[in-house]
Design a protein around this ligand. Structure first.
Ligand SMILES: [Zn+2]
Length: 362
């Protein structure tokens, strides 16, 4: 049936009709709100490149968690800024690690709120990489980053000495992010988080075999009921910039291209996801979201596990910056960006807009 019998505009005429025929709907229970927990008391330090997002001490994180819960957002995901960093990521798996402290405090204050624990080592490593860094024999560097990328200037205090040693390795392009040895630390971190009350373990490191290693460790520690949400297809992305400021996790040399995915590859993303599911991932994630909506759609088509997408710091920062300049309507673009992620097929959205979007939907 063609025009004039068919007139698609009939169903767009009023808001009531548009609402009736709407294919995709957003609800706050799709949202996960990221929290960055730091040492201290009464700390609420805004992240420069992410207006409205803060580094929060445990007491403030609890306050924030209460608010998130009261808005109908069911879950937070915790990232930590440890007191000290080292080369075995002690802060990630220590019993009194900053995320472990926050998880305990939030669990007891807001028991109805689900806590996801991001599992990675970069925030806790002096060198800022997601795994253990080891010198490799010259010319045989397996995980070495591209030499074309200039090493980042060392900015932070105590990192400096450790960095000098690594800088030498980097200069020779002879370091490796060691896969298998890193798995042990990731598994240890996961068990430690589960013990602290984290409900869902979310590994984001992109080491091969980490889901299997974490599943095994959780089961051995009697956490057979703790689900794993794996960052299955996590791309090496420029959109992570502001997060690195928020979590103080920028690699001090090289980049993450030897473990995070190449942004050009969708078939490889399907292999990553398939292997994580095979290893025991209960849910999977694509990250970032908006530049990778096709990957989300392809994953939705192909896999039957719950699918999450992470609307990352750079996606948020772009919208915020443009809105501040008066170039776009903030709330409208916020909702449009979220609905696009949902429409692509993600049922769970990790987003810095969780609170504001929940308010807009109320
Ligand atoms: Zn990492």
């Amino acid at each position: 049936m063609a025009f004039p019998i068919t007139r698609l505009r009939r169903l767009r005429r009023t808001e009531a009709i548009r609402n009736l025929v709407r294919e995709t709907r957003l609800t706050p229970d799709a949202f996960v709100y990221p929290l960055f927990v730091c040492p201290g008391e009464d700390v609420r330090k805004e992240v420069r490149s992410m207006p409205g997002v803060f580094n929060l001490s445990v007491d403030q994180a609890v306050k924030e968690a209460r608010e998130v819960h009261s808005l109908g957002v069911p879950s937070v995901i915790l990232f930590g800024l440890p007191e000290k960093k080292d080369e075995v990521a002690t802060g990630a798996w220590a019993e009194n690690g900053i995320v472990q402290q926050a998880a305990r405090a939030i669990k007891s204050a807001v028991p109805g709120l689900m806590i996801m624990g991001d599992v990675c080592l970069c925030e806790y490593m002096s060198h800022g990489h997601c795994g253990i860094v080891k010198a490799a024999p010259l010319g045989k560097s397996l995980g070495a980053a591209a030499r074309t990328v200039a090493p980042k200037v060392v900015t932070a205090r105590s990192k400096k000495k450790a960095m000098n040693e690594f800088a030498v390795l980097y200069e020779q392009s002879s370091y490796e992010i060691v896969n298998d040895a890193s798995l042990e630390l990731l598994a240890r971190t996961s068990v430690s988080l589960a013990k602290a009350g984290v409900d869902i373990i979310a590994p984001s490191d992109m080491m091969d075999g980490r889901v299997a290693a974490i599943r095994k460790a959780l089961d051995e520690a009697d956490f057979t009921n703790t689900p794993i949400l794996s960052y299955a297809a996590k791309f090496a992305s420029g959109f992570y910039g502001p997060f690195r400021e928020a979590a103080d996790s920028a690699p001090q040399f090289g980049d993450r291209r030897s473990y995070q995915m190449d942004g050009a590859n969708v078939r490889e993303a399907m292999r990553e996801i398939a292997s994580d599911i095979e290893e025991g991932a209960d849910m999977i994630m694509v990250k970032p979201a908006m530049p990778y909506l096709d990957v989300i759609a392809a994953a939705r088509e192909r896999f039957d596990v719950p699918l999450a997408a992470y609307q990352v710091s750079g996606e948020y920062a772009m919208i915020e910056a443009a809105a501040r300049n008066g170039w776009i309507e903030r709330e409208r673009v916020m909702m449009e960006s979220l609905i696009s992620i949902r429409r692509a097929g993600a049922s769970i959205i990790l987003t810095y807009y969780a609170k504001d979007a929940a308010r807009a939907l109320a």
